[in-house]
Ligand binder design. Structure first.
Ligand code: SAM
Length: 264
């Protein structure tokens, strides 16, 4: 996969040299280049921003340096252009999987009040433009969002994570949060690992983990439960969910009561 990132703070993206993503780059699994937007300006001060039309606080990123930068990285195909923005659709694991299939992704890191909107309009001719948000809060720039999105996408590329099995049983892979995990020692500071995990009984362990996924999702992310296809739930699932205050109504999981103290 080829990735190009355009930013006024290329140093911010140095973390993409580290750990599994850095190794993927060294191994040739990921061809990632960071570009400085200021290299695409034409004035002495390398200006990338100006005051907003219509007034208001802050500055807006000028369109022409963006057009020059995007033309220089677009290559022969029609890349995906991800524009991080708190006004975009929220980036999800499902999107990470879909984007991991792409040949070429370009990220445009905004700063200040964002990029002149005409850049997104203009780019539609040559890019598949996607404004994406990391979550419902405002960052100072797109770089942190790019670090998160590149890591989420690139770890799904074949060969990047050593054991591909570890990608299967993760939070969000099946619409639920992951179960709690433990390591040695089995007793630590008066806290014991659940006995079933030491039993060697794989069926019981799988059931325990599934129950924990359901309980944890009900407690922390009830919005995810409501998206589950009720047809995929077995009787044991439904019993755990009933304890957590959920029942199937009209084919969808619905909260029927406020969960009691011990239920989640
Ligand atoms: N005025 C913009 C608004 O309210 O939508 C916010 C601009 S923000 C200060 C500057 C830049 O940070 C944005 O252009 C975007 O690149 C990035 N950014 C901020 N919050 C983000 C988020 N939740 N997800 C992705 N990028 C974000």
């Amino acid at each position: 996969m080829r990735i190009d990132v355009v930013s006024i703070f290329p140093e911010y993206l140095a973390a993409l040299d580290l750990s599994l993503i850095g190794k993927a780059r060294q191994d040739g699994l990921l061809d990632l280049t960071v570009h400085n937007l200021r290299d695409f300006t034409s004035d002495r001060h390398r200006t990338v921003d100006d005051t907003p039309y219509g007034g208001g606080a802050g500055m807006v990123m000028k369109p022409e340096p963006w057009a020059q930068a995007l033309e220089s990285v677009r290559g022969g195909s029609r890349p995906v252009l991800i524009v991080p923005s708190p006004a975009g659709a929220v980036f999800t694991q499902a999107m990470a999987h879909e984007l991991a299939e792409e040949q070429h992704i370009v990220f445009a890191c905004g700063r200040y009040e964002g990029i002149d909107e005409r850049v997104l309009e203009w780019a539609k001719d040559s890019f598949d433009v996607r404004p994406l948000s990391l979550g419902d809060y405002v960052l100072n720039g797109g770089e942190v969002a790019v670090l998160a999105m590149v890591e989420a996408i690139a770890r799904l590329l074949p060969g990047v994570v050593g054991n591909p099995e570890s990608l299967v049983e993760e939070s969000h892979s099946d619409g639920l949060l992951e179960y709690p995990v433990y390591t040695k020692p089995s007793a630590w500071r008066n806290l014991e690992v659940p006995a079933v995990l030491l039993s060697g009984n794989h069926a019981r362990i799988a059931r325990h983990r599934r129950d924990e996924q359901l309980r944890r999702t009900a407690l922390r992310r009830p919005d995810l439960l409501e998206l589950l296809d009720a047809a995929t739930l077995d009787r044991a699932d439904l019993a755990v969910l009933a304890e957590a205050g959920y029942a199937v109504v009209g084919g969808r999981l619905t909260r029927t009561q406020v969960p009691s103290e011990g239920s989640a």
